[in-house]
Design a binder for this molecule. Structure first.
Ligand code: NDP
Length: 447
């Protein structure tokens, strides 16, 4: 064994011992460590500075109580988190997730991924993530507002323009960011750059809503083009029906693809004519209803209970845009058997380790989340920049910058993979390109 593998194994062993009950976090770190050995072989200075052990331990992990009153007058209690993972290259940046499954393991996996994703964008932002096990589904607007206000009363003690700038994620969209910002402003005065994903009338950026989905397609286009292919005329299977899925479907269809599905946690719809965006947006953005209702407006479409990754349907490109571990090894085998020659991840860690191994064994094109879905945080950083400059850039300007960032990020991943003998491995390329920048900054800054 080389010094590099010894070192990586010892960090992995300590982590397993320290956080045995954090499966999602262990999985994210495990996926990363599998690809990083060549970097430590080439850079013994990273071992000397013990960069890896420092990188897998959050700089700060805050857990707090969020008490709020429901419409019936009952006092409810949820758990809030903010994990400030790594600030080597800039202030912590990463979303807030409100979903009943949220716990420290999930927030840590998301924060860990965010370090490399943010580094890959080329913008000066460190990695963080937060959220709560609060379930927004079925809550009234007033309940959502009271929850967000209580959450911010605590969170505001820990964030700052040059310290930590949260954004949205699952269950946190424009409405929630508005309520969170409103409470922040009452407590601290107007500091627009403190949150991103804001409404356009109070400092939000044009194209932020679309950014993750559009960015996913810009990345997919770059990956397909590098392999002599394109989205034009291709059938695309999409999971999710939220922010990322909606704008991925929109941009894929603009590029000539037929996006044949959308899903939620109950089931999925297949529309052979391509998902009708007006219908999708009305259901999910306006009425906050279930995807099942799609077939009421489009009777030729079909609704099925269960996971879209179990669907018996032929397609060319897979875009998982719902949640972590939504594709297991069997479903990855099915995806390949169904004809997919490429997958690009809109959701964070949507593929289990077994699924990733199946893509690699079948040699299909695989665009990993930390690269493919970096468009959201990239435009968030552009929103911070607009807030500092007190300007609002046009949609075309922001969208153009987003496209450039995604194409550059893909090219940098390819170059890093080639440099370390991993040609064509976009996962290794993304991990290496994201990591080396952070590691260099950590070494340069001492400890
Ligand atoms: P939304 O809350 O807007 O939508 C989430 C979608 O995924 C919903 O359709 C939801 O269905 C579905 N979903 C959530 N949990 C599950 C589950 N356990 N099983 C099946 N379906 C589920 O979130 P986003 O679109 O913002 O986020 C989607 C993914 O993209 C997440 O992994 C997120 O971390 C990632 N991401 C988001 C970014 C952003 O800018 N928003 C940036 C980068 C990554 P239901 O309504 O039934 O829960």
């Amino acid at each position: 064994m080389t010094q590099a593998t010894d070192y990586i194994n010892s960090v992995a062993a300590t982590l397993k011992q320290r956080d045995p009950n954090q499966p999602e976090f262990q999985e994210a770190v495990g996926n990363f460590l599998k690809t990083i050995t060549p970097v430590f072989e080439k850079h013994p200075e990273y071992i000397k500075a013990n960069v890896l052990a420092r990188l897998v331990e959050p700089e700060r992990a805050i857990q707090f109580q969020v008490a709020w009153q429901d419409d019936a007058g009952n006092m409810q209690v949820n758990r809030g988190f903010r994990v400030q993972f790594n600030s080597a290259i800039g202030p912590y940046k990463g979303g807030l997730r409100f979903h009943p499954s949220v716990n420290l393991s999930i927030v840590k996996f998301l924060g860990f991924e965010q370090i490399f994703k943010n580094s890959l964008t080329g913008l000066p932002i460190g990695g963080g993530k937060g959220g709560s096990d609060f379930n927004p589904k079925g809550k009234s607007d007033a309940e959502i507002m009271r929850f967000c206000q209580s959450f911010m009363i605590e969170l505001q003690k820990h964030i700052g323009l040059d310290v930590d700038v949260p954004a949205g994620d699952i269950g946190v969209g424009g409405r929630e960011i508005g309520y969170l910002y409103g409470m922040y402003k009452r407590l601290n005065g107007s500091e627009r750059g403190i949150l991103t994903g804001k409404g356009l009338s109070f400092g939000g950026s044009l194209a932020r809503t679309e950014a993750t989905g559009y960015g996913l397609i810009y990345y997919t286009n770059a990956m397909l083009k590098a392999n002599g292919k394109s989205l034009d005329g291709k059938r695309v299977l999409v999971s999710g029906a939220g922010n990322v899925a909606t704008y991925a479907i929109q941009k894929a269809e603009e590029n000539g693809a037929i996006a044949i599905s959308a899903s939620d946690s109950n089931g999925y719809v297949i529309d052979e004519n391509g998902i009708n965006l007006d219908v999708l947006k009305d259901i999910k953005e306006v009425r906050r209803a279930r995807i099942k209702e799609y077939v009421d407006a489009v009777p030729s479409a079909t609704y099925h209970e269960g996971s879209v990754w179990d669907a018996d349907v032929q397609y060319d490109v897979a875009l998982p845009c719902a949640t972590q571990n939504e594709i297991n090894g069997d479903q990855a085998a099915k995806l390949i058997a169904n004809g997919a020659f490429a997958i690009a991840e809109g959701a964070n860690m949507p593929s289990t380790p077994e699924a990733i191994a199946a893509y690699q064994a079948a040699d299909i094109l695989y665009g990993p989340a930390k690269a493919a879905n970096a468009g959201g945080v990239a435009v968030s950083a552009l929103e911070m920049s607009q807030n500092s400059r007190r300007v609002s850039d046009s949609f075309a300007t922001v969208d153009g910058e987003l496209k450039d960032i995604m194409e550059t990020l893909f090219a940098n991943s390819v170059a890093a993979a080639n440099e370390y003998g991993e040609d064509g491995n976009y996962l290794a390329g993304a991990n290496i390109a994201g990591f080396t920048k952070v590691a260099d900054a950590m070494v340069a800054q001492g400890w």
